[in-house]
Design a protein around this ligand. Structure first.
Ligand code: ME8
Length: 503
């Protein structure tokens, strides 16, 4: 199977994207670019989650209609993704009419099959999460129930609603979660399994009365109700791949779909999503790749905590998309929250991109131009050096295929450090004809640049261009394939960020 379908969550456009959204999106983009590099047929989907009370209230605050707001925000999101060089194939919006039709027909299909029914509901609701909280799930502040994520009081709501029979899917979910290795890393799968085992599964309210939530997709056979925003949003992953418009295409990509999500939305992307899919006779996704949070001084970075780091500041400080992409990929962590500060990000950028990769390119490029007018002919690469390159490349490939982007990057940084050490040890500047040393170093640079191309695509193409090699499938790389390097320039790729501490 040569397809690779990858998705990000679709984000709530009640503000511009920040470092947290960029973290997920850049990671998904690196996996998409890597898959393309190893010649997979890739479909990369991102987009915006435009319905629901959160957006309705945000628009009210701005004195605009929800439609005006989501239209404006879609332009803003796309622009940020462009500036971060995100190579998505399709940007889905839940207000797209094709998507809305799928939401309605899926709701109706589940209703006809008996998975959806009408009943009363009363409970404590968080508008920001768009969900009800049960006892044990919320926290208490001064005796009042509070949302544990947004740290805001919960509102008591009572209404008639449509329920989705989540409880019917218990055995199915446990079987799929235990046997199919879908959720990655596995600890998250265990978390969901133990929650299902401990608490069981309650049916889920999947509609809201239109007087309260007017901004959404109507229940097709009952216009007094709007479909719950999460039911609407999750379906983006099938609409985006052509479920309603091109079934063959949908099936081709669905067979290898990878959802990348933050751990805050794990439950929605497992218990709820797998059950909806099963109800619609669609197999579960191939993988749900879950990551932990970016935090600052111990708090999850986000609008609610007010500790957002803007993408504009990152792009300005790290000289454009590649610096930002590298830093976010480097601190990426599935299991543990990553504490970020400008101090840490400066250090990564300066030590690894400027002093290790950039420095090697500059030194080798300058030596090649000075000593051999930039023309370096093929020589046999030192055995030890060539072994180091091949071992690191093997490790890199294995890690990338396991979605371990930071681990893969570290392999390549180690190799680049070996490269700098090789320059120091062999002292090519003292030799009359350092072709052998320089050819070996250029092979190391070529392999490392190809490996880093999914993370720093613009810089990688620039180096390939200036040094005269191609960015090609890293699985097919061999040393000594290039007859001659033609170095046109020894560019300074990353200007160091002056030490400024935490600003
Ligand atoms: O949940 N650290 O949208 P959302 C890491 N619309 N990741 C972070 C982060 C942080 N500090 N802050 C945000 C929604 N994220 C729904 C999704 S999908 C069918 C519907 C990332 O705008 C992370 O991926 O609140 C998280 O899961 C997502 O943004 C939440 O984005």
């Amino acid at each position: 199977m040569n397809t690779f379908y990858i998705t990000t969550p679709i984000y709530y456009p009640n503000g511009p994207p920040h470092i947290g959204h960029a973290y997920t999106t850049v990671y998904a983009d690196v996996l998409a670019r890597f898959a393309r590099l190893i010649e997979k047929d890739v479909f990369f989907l991102t987009g915006n989650d435009e319905h629901g009370l959160k957006i309705q209230r945000f628009a009210e605050k701005l004195g605009k209609t929800p439609k005006e707001v989501v239209d404006e925000m879609a332009v803003i999101y796309r622009d940020y993704w462009l500036r971060l060089n995100i190579s998505y194939d399709y940007f889905i919006r839940t207000t797209d009419s094709v998507h809305e039709k799928v939401v309605m027909s899926s709701f109706e299909k589940l209703y006809r099959k008996g998975y959806v029914y009408k009943d009363k509901y009363g409970g404590l609701y968080c508008v920001d999460c768009e969900k009800y909280y049960l006892p044990g799930e919320y926290v208490e502040v001064e005796g009042k129930p509070y949302c544990p994520i947004h740290n805001k009081p919960l509102e008591y709501l009572e209404e008639e609603t449509y329920y989705f029979k989540l409880s019917e899917f218990k055995d199915y979910l446990l079987e799929v979660l235990r046997n199919n290795k879908i959720v990655y890393p596995e600890e998250y799968s265990l978390e969901v399994i133990s929650r299902i085992e401990k608490e069981g599964l309650r049916d889920l309210s999947i509609a809201r009365p239109v007087e309260r939530v007017s901004w959404g997709v109507k229940v097709p056979f009952d216009p007094n109700y709007v479909i719950y925003v999460w039911f609407d949003a999750l379906l983006n992953y099938i609409t985006g791949a052509g479920y309603a418009t091109d079934l063959e295409r949908f099936e081709k990509y669905w067979a290898n779909v990878h959802h990348v999500v933050g751990k805050d939305i794990l439950w929605f992307h497992t218990a709820i999503w797998f059950s909806i899919l099963k109800g619609l006779d669609i197999p579960p996704p191939k993988k749900v790749i879950v990551h932990a949070f970016l935090i600052n001084k111990g708090l999850k970075i986000g609008k609610s905590a007010g500790n957002v780091i803007s993408i504009d500041d990152l792009l300005a400080r790290y000289n454009g998309p590649d610096g930002v992409r590298y830093i976010l990929s480097r601190v990426f962590n599935m299991s543990k929250d990553s504490e970020v500060s400008f101090e840490l990000m400066d250090a990564i950028y300066n030590d690894e991109l400027a002093d290790t990769y950039g420095n090697l390119i500059r030194r080798v490029g300058a030596l090649a131009i000075k000593k051999l007018r930039g023309k370096i002919y093929r020589r046999e690469v030192d055995k030890k050096l060539s072994e180091q390159i091949m071992v690191k490349m093997g490790n890199y490939l294995e890690r990338m295929k396991n979605y371990d982007v930071p681990g893969a990057i570290i392999e390549i940084m180690d190799l680049l450090r070996e490269g700098n050490a090789y320059v120091n040890n062999t002292r090519p500047w003292e030799k009359e004809d350092p072709s052998k040393e320089l050819y070996g170093l250029l092979e190391l640079i070529r392999v490392s640049t190809i490996a880093l191309a999914p993370v720093i695509p613009s810089v990688a193409s620039k180096v390939a261009d200036e040094f005269g090699f191609k960015i090609e499938n890293p699985e097919k790389l061999q040393l000594g394939m290039l007859e001659r390097y033609n170095i046109r320039n020894a560019p300074i790729l990353f200007k160091k960020v002056p030490a400024q501490g935490n600003t």
